[in-house]
Design a protein around this ligand. Structure first.
Ligand code: MLT
Length: 273
């Protein structure tokens, strides 16, 4: 880790975050996927720091953030995001959410759309889990409770990365493998339940009145380019397919990811006065 991590109290939990760039610049808040943490955004925090205030935090229970006692839900994570912004005295930010991070951002739109200066949805979807998806998560919870995270972590990798990444992005693969293994099993199980119970967000998308960019890895097996096109149709936003990437497009092809993110921010988001 190059950036030093900081911590702030959010809804009674110490919440860990990384920050780069000038506090007077437009804030970008990066929300990680599951079961990862703020470190997955380090490249973007370093690449965008000259023009923006860049922040990546750990969703409760993940990374170095406290978990608290209450049941996890995507709505609770969304309230944490807004409370985190309050704690840092950020009125509006561009929220950049990958997968679960996108679920959290889309959930926050319902009550807090005035807190968004823009939104970047990466490798995510607006649909809720299907009945089979919920059943699969339930079985995974039971499996992890009995056997721990090793097999789960190993099997997850296959779906997370584009096939070529196992040869060409070995550093990213082992980073994510270790990230999963270092996440507390209780957090993984509590979050799996929260993801299974989450509401759909597709019906909220047409009401969005701030700029949106959708990014998706061409080989995303978890939240496919089709799911991204569906969101694009509902929002009328831009969509870019990232080559040579699966579900973790910011890690697998950071060059293309950062290029499109910077272009979008430059073209569509007004800088702070
Ligand atoms: C993620 O990367 O956040 C997960 O794949 C989301 C999910 O399991 O639905």
């Amino acid at each position: 880790m190059i950036l030093e991590s900081k911590s702030i109290l959010v809804n009674n939990n110490q919440t860990s975050y990384l920050e780069s760039g000038d506090v007077d610049k437009l804030p970008l808040i990066f929300v990680h996927g599951f079961p990862f943490n703020k470190l997955m955004w380090e490249n973007q925090l370093l690449e965008l720091k000259s023009d923006y205030r860049c922040i990546a935090y750990d969703v409760r229970g993940h990374g170095n953030s406290e978990a608290g006692e209450v049941d996890f839900s995507v709505a609770l994570f969304a309230e944490d995001l807004i409370a985190f912004m309050d704690a840092l005295q950020i009125e509006k930010a561009v929220i950049i959410g990958l997968s679960m991070g996108g679920y959290i951002a889309m959930n926050a739109i319902e009550k807090h759309s005035n807190r968004f200066a823009g939104l970047v949805l990466c490798d995510t979807q607006c649909a809720a889990d299907t009945a089979e998806g919920k059943e699969k998560r339930k079985k995974t919870i039971g499996f992890i409770e009995r056997h721990g995270l090793e097999v789960y972590a190993e099997e997850s990798l296959t779906n997370l990365f584009a096939s070529a990444s196992f040869e060409t992005k070995q550093h990213a693969v082992s980073f994510i493998h270790n990230t999963i293994l270092n996440t507390p099993a209780s957090t993984v199980c509590r979050t799996l339940q929260a993801l299974a119970d989450r509401k759909e967000a597709c019906s909220l998308l047409p009401q969005i009145n701030f700029p949106v960019l959708i990014l998706v890895g061409a080989e995303d097996k978890i939240t496919s380019p089709e799911a991204a096109r569906k969101m694009q149709g509902l929002i009328g936003s831009e969509l870019v397919i990232i080559d040579e990437a699966g579900h973790l497009s910011n890690l697998e092809n950071s060059t293309q990811f950062n290029f499109h993110l910077k272009e979008f921010l430059k073209r569509k988001i007004k800088p702070l006065r």
